[in-house]
Design a binder for this molecule. Structure first.
Ligand code: BES
Ligand code: MN
Ligand code: ZN
Length: 503
């Protein structure tokens, strides 16, 4: 795992150096000094390439003469007067992605520019976060990796003029990165290793951070009448779990109604008797990404000792076809008392969430509910991996979530809800059916969830089926699990439920 440290902004004598450069090939305070020392080599290198210092652009100069540096990487920040936190997160990420070589140690010098809109300490902290996010890998099952396939970078020193401010600002961000790492690990684990019981154990490990974790087993869920969740689980030899994680960080008011996050945790989704086609089914190990995001967010909040009361509730099941599996046509009774006819056993996420949502409201009387779920293929068709779908009964909650998503570049796009859509899940033989047909598939899924939200409760649903897993590298994550939602939820809490931390 990459280790990050901070240091004053001096030019190092050896190893790799990454230096920030502004648009129009403008060097900052330290950059100008270095260029002079090197007889204008930096300026010449920039002029003889297409490097202009545009955002996230990089240029590598190998073994620059008159130094003992192995390489010098220039990384663009664009117009310093238009920079923000998210940009520097990307700059830090671009920096480590550009290294991609032999260096075990590197210095990332976040240089000063007079017109920089961000304090340089804040910029450095954000760059450090980006470096950590981008350097995540899941290599634990690769036993034959050659040296040149392994990430070389072990230590990154982020250098800037405001070292102590950078350190202080980075401390909570480092905890957020820990939450992201945990969520990515969980999403990446195969389903033979990660099933409801083992996923619950991972959640239980948050107790170390002062989180109160409770795990309900099948028997307890039966008592609570959770026929929806149990119906999905009954086809699998791996028994289900329902986990609650309470972080009561509002020390002045531990009894204040909590914010509640609910996660879909289907550790593998075969579709059940409504079996999915085989091509690409292996991807369904990530059908627990909503639960992983909730675990990761609670880890981040507890890690940085957020001054807010937040509860996570995750429903954990494996959706398998077997002689014991539920059938299309079965009618089940949910914990809310409402009945559902199963049309497709592949519409299982909403069943799990129906009981988890109900339980969360009964147990915690939360001030608002936000659920995250890899719920529908239709959201992938609508938005690809660019945004997650947002569905809610409250405009203000939507604004808060949308704003938080923008800040951390985990963006949301709102979809409508309404009676006309709700009608599509009416059913002649039960209170509702679990599948409203192909049209507006993501919306009818959300309408289904809304039937388990109590009158007056503030609720939002995030359909993360397109954003939880990516088939290509992104600025802040390599191909694979993104941990989408961890940073968004952390930010949502920071901006709306605790005093803003000012530096
Ligand atoms: N887990 C899937 C949704 C999904 C699709 C997640 C692609 C990630 C990537 C969900 O349980 C599902 O199977 N949904 C069905 C619902 C349908 C049967 C109403 C779908 O989207 O096809
Ligand atoms: Mn499914
Ligand atoms: Zn699913």
């Amino acid at each position: 795992m990459l280790k990050v440290a901070f240091a004053p902004d001096t030019i190092p004598g050896q190893n790799a150096l990454i230096l920030t450069v502004a648009e129009k090939r403008k060097l900052g305070e330290q950059g100008q000094k270095l260029d002079k020392k090197l007889g204008g080599a930096l300026s010449r290198a920039m002029e003889s390439s297409h490097f202009t210092g545009a955002k996230e652009q990089t240029l590598t100069i190998m073994a620059p003469a008159k130094t003992r540096l192995t390489r010098l990487v220039l990384v663009g920040i664009g117009d310093p007067a238009k920079s923000n936190a998210a940009l520097f997160t990307r700059v830090g990420a671009a920096a480590v992605a550009a290294l991609n070589g032999k260096d075990a140690q590197a210095v990332l010098l976040v240089d000063r520019f007079n017109s920089l809109t961000l304090a340089v300490g804040e910029a450095a902290a954000q760059a450090a976060l980006g470096a950590r996010l981008r350097s995540y890998r899941f290599d634990k099952y690769r036993t034959k990796m050659k040296a040149d396939q392994k990430p070389a970078l072990k230590h990154l020193i982020v250098a800037c003029k405001e070292t102590s401010a950078a350190k202080a600002r980075y401390a909570p961000l480092d905890k957020v990165a820990d939450g992201v790492y945990l969520a990515r690990d969980l999403v990446s684990e195969p389903a033979n290793i990660l099933y409801p019981e083992t996923l619950a154990q991972h959640a239980a490990s948050l107790a170390e951070l002062g989180v109160k974790v409770d795990i309900l087993d099948e028997k307890q869920m039966k008592k609570l009448g959770m026929g929806a969740l149990l119906g999905v689980a009954q086809g699998s030899v791996n028994p289900p779990r329902l986990v609650t994680m309470q972080w009561l960080g509002d020390t002045a008011a531990k009894d204040k109604a909590p914010v509640c996050f609910i996660g879909k945790g289907v550790t593998f989704d075969t579709g059940g008797i409504s079996l999915k086609p085989p091509g690409g089914m292996e991807a369904m190990k990530h059908d627990m990404a909503g639960a992983a995001a909730v675990i990761g967010a609670i880890k981040a909040l507890a890690g940085r000792k957020a001054k807010a009361n937040v509860v996570g509730v995750i429903g954990l099941v494996e959706n398998m076809p077997s002689g014991a599996a539920q059938r299309p046509g079965d009618v089940i009774t949910t914990a809310s008392g409402q009945t559902v006819e199963i049309i497709s056993t592949d519409a299982e996420g909403r069943m799990v969430l129906a009981d988890a949502l109900w339980y969360a409201q009964e147990k915690f009387k939360p001030r608002c509910l936000v659920d995250l779920a890899t719920l529908t293929g239709a959201i992938v068709i609508a938005l690809a991996g660019e945004h997650a779908g947002l569905f809610s009964n409250d405009d203000k909650l939507c604004d808060q979530l949308t704003q938080a998503g923008k800040s951390v570049e985990e963006t949301l796009w709102r979809f409508p809800l309404g009676e006309a859509y709700d009608k599509l899940i009416n059913c002649p033989i039960a209170d509702m059916k679990n599948h409203g047909g192909r049209d507006a598939g993501s919306i009818t899924a959300a309408q289904f969830l809304q039937r388990f939200v109590r009158k007056g409760a503030l609720w939002a649903h995030l359909d993360i089926a397109g954003t939880a897993w990516q088939s290509k590298d992104l600025p802040l994550s390599v191909k694979g699990a993104t941990a989408y939602g961890v940073r968004l939820l952390d930010r949502f809490v920071a901006d709306n439920f605790e005093d803003r931390i000012e530096f």
